[in-house]
Design a protein around this ligand. Structure first.
Ligand SMILES: *Cc1c(COP(=O)(O)O)cnc(C)c1O
Length: 462
């Protein structure tokens, strides 16, 4: 029986927000002690958080603490899990090593040294992001740009390389721990625009971070407005990847430059660009406050399209009902569900990952519970080095139980949409644990991908 899902009552009280704008207040690792709500935790629990927060990035703001977390249900509350460090995010061994360092010295450099050692074990550069995605011009890497799939360029504006709060599962975690080598950023809009104008097959620009919506509107203007020049007519869609609707919906309602931001988006839409807000929502709770309803209403009024995406995460949304409810709520508020991702092979994956077989089951069960308008989600999808690989299902072919897979996006565009098969493995959580089915030695793309990695052929074969 399909359960009947309740609704979130939609409330919009615009005046309330204008009269009393909320002050943005943020807490980082060093201010853990200052978060009043945490006083209900024991000393040991607080110390555990400190251990994890000295390795993985931590940042939370007061809106999240006051409005999104149900403090009567911690530690199980999904939003608490989403932003606060948990012991299981580190291996037991790493956890103990860091505990020893923290207990035995007040020396910040010893803590940092241990932290860096542990971070190196957490695969900070997943999917060959740095080695294969950064384009070159005159043998120089163009900083702040990644170009992996033919149609779409990622841009990391330097002012947008932080977030209003950090997600504990974030695959970009390494950018937030102060290691400049790991940071993608770009000081100059001009380099971006010059790259785009030279590559006419780019139809989509994806502005990402961090969170570009932490930028002042003035900066956003300098990145977006030049895209209206005739030589950039081929860049039809501008996507902005953001978690701001969850973590700081005030951005669109009563920040000092909210109105200017909405006016900018509206100008871009009127000039003929498709502006897509790629909103990260991991749980329907993030869509339940009056101010997020108002933010969504105002954004949609500007003419942008809001699409949504999230990884499937143990402890947060490993439940088809949570997804079905979230997608229904998104459709109701006029949003388009777009991607369900598999938790990536980096950072705190040990804590959040679920087997691929389970991911497919959650996807299927959730999809079954929503109408066609909620079935626009693709996934569950693994963002791997060779491309985005979707788990299409589990079936038996000639007596062999297999995963049916396909690329949604691929480094070589010609790999996309071809079904391929892996031996079924109930425990596997990532591509590197899968073996080709039917006795094949390699997946069909492997030899070509190996050659790209060895730079025998270009990673951009298009
Ligand atoms: C997901 C992704 C894109 C966008 O892919 P779409 O299928 O067009 O949404 C672009 N670049 C990279 C590196 C990505 O991971």
């Amino acid at each position: 029986m399909t359960p009947v899902l309740p609704f979130i009552k939609k409330q919009i009280l615009a005046e309330q927000f204008v009269d009393s704008p909320e002050h943005f207040q943020v807490y980082t690792e060093r201010q853990l002690d200052k978060i009043e709500a945490l006083s209900q935790l024991s000393k040991d629990q607080l110390f555990e958080m400190k251990v994890v927060a000295s390795v993985l990035p931590f940042r939370v703001n007061k809106y999240v603490i006051d409005h999104l977390i149900n403090w009567r249900d911690i530690p199980n509350d999904p939003i608490f899990q989403l932003v606060f460090p948990q012991k299981g995010m580190l291996s037991q061994d790493d956890f103990e090593q860091m505990t020893t360092v923290l207990r035995s010295s007040n020396d910040r450099s010893a803590v940092l040294e241990k932290a860096n050692e542990i971070r190196q074990r957490l695969n900070p550069h997943p999917a060959e992001q740095q080695s294969l995605n950064v384009p070159y011009e005159d043998e120089e890497p163009i900083e702040g740009i990644q170009h992996k799939y033919r149609e779409t360029v990622l841009f990391f504006p330097s002012q947008g390389q932080v977030c209003h709060s950090f997600c504990s599962f974030c695959f970009r975690w390494a950018q937030f721990i102060g290691d400049k080598n790991l940071r993608f950023s770009n000081k100059e809009a001009q380099k971006l625009h010059s790259y785009l104008s030279k590559h006419k097959n780019i139809s989509d620009l994806l502005i990402t971070g961090g969170d570009p919506m932490v930028m002042k509107t003035d900066h956003m203007v300098s990145y977006l407005e030049p895209l209206l020049k005739p030589e950039l007519d081929h860049v039809q869609t501008i996507r902005i990847g953001t978690k701001s609707l969850s973590f700081w919906p005030q951005r669109y309602v009563n920040d000092v430059d909210s109105d200017q931001l909405l006016a900018l988006l509206e100008r871009m839409v009127r000039a003929g660009k498709h502006i897509a807000i790629m909103a990260h929502f991991n749980h329907w709770r993030e869509m339940s406050t009056p101010i997020v309803h108002e933010a969504i209403r105002r954004l949609r009024e500007s003419g942008v399209v809001i699409r949504t995406q999230s990884p499937l995460l143990n402890h947060i949304n490993n439940d088809p009902d949570v997804w079905a409810f979230m997608w229904r709520e998104q459709v109701r508020q006029g949003l388009v569900p777009y991607y369900m991702f598999v938790e990536r092979d980096t950072g705190a994956r040990r804590y959040f990952e679920v087997p691929l077989a389970r991911a497919w089951q959650v996807y299927r069960e959730a999809l079954k519970r929503v109408s066609g308008l909620g079935r626009t989600v693709r996934g569950p999808s693994m963002s791997t080095g060779p491309g985005k690989i979707e788990i299409q299902g589990v079936t038996v072919i000639n007596g062999e139980k297999v995963f049916v897979l396909r690329f949604l996006q691929a480094r070589n565009p010609d790999w996309a949409q071809r079904p391929f098969f892996a031996q079924f493995d109930p425990q596997a959580t990532w591509l590197d644990q899968l073996k080709p089915a039917f006795g094949d030695e390699k997946f069909f793309f492997q030899a070509e991908y190996d050659a790209m990695q060895k730079k025998q052929i270009s990673p951009r074969v298009y």
